[in-house]
Design a binder for this molecule. Structure first.
Ligand code: HEC
Length: 115
């Protein structure tokens, strides 16, 4: 398998790879990983637990997180997140196209384990 960026290929667990994806795609420009520190987007501290509560279990938490990342407007329409002026998310909806499947899976592993 060839990975364009090498972000996932270069060793470590998928969680560590996901952390690199988070950095490489500048998620941190809008999201803090510290509880209570909201930026343009909400803090992602404990987002895995939040996803599990919102969606009703660990299995569905992953689907919830996936949707939050690849289709933020859809998640908004479902009412799971904050409402915004004009109904459009300020989170870019370009990540589904930008992330390789391996990068997305690693990113979800990382998000699910955030304390
Ligand atoms: C330009 C700012 C911006 C960037 C860059 C961004 N996000 Fe977001 N994100 C938001 C906003 C704003 C929300 C709040 C919900 C909404 O508007 O849809 C959000 C919501 C989320 C949520 C749902 C959190 C919750 O508790 O509701 C997750 C998960 C998430 N983003 C992950 C990511 C990841 C992973 C990346 C990088 C691949 C990323 N975001 C990049 C702005 C951003």
């Amino acid at each position: 398998m060839t990975l364009a960026s090498g972000a996932v290929a270069c060793g470590g667990s998928t969680v560590a790879a996901g952390e690199r994806v988070f950095r490489d795609y500048h998620c941190g420009d809008c999201h803090s990983l510290k509880a209570g520190e909201d930026g343009v987007g909400p803090s992602l501290a404990g987002v895995g637990d939040r996803a599990a509560r919102a969606s009703g279990g660990a299995q569905s938490a992953r689907a919830w997180l996936r949707e939050a990342v690849v289709d933020p407007n859809q998640t908004l329409a479902g009412g799971a997140h904050r409402a915004h002026r004009g109904g459009a998310s300020r989170m870019p909806d370009s990540f589904e196209a930008a992330l390789t499947p391996a990068e997305l899976q690693a990113l979800l592993d990382f998000l699910q384990t955030l304390p």
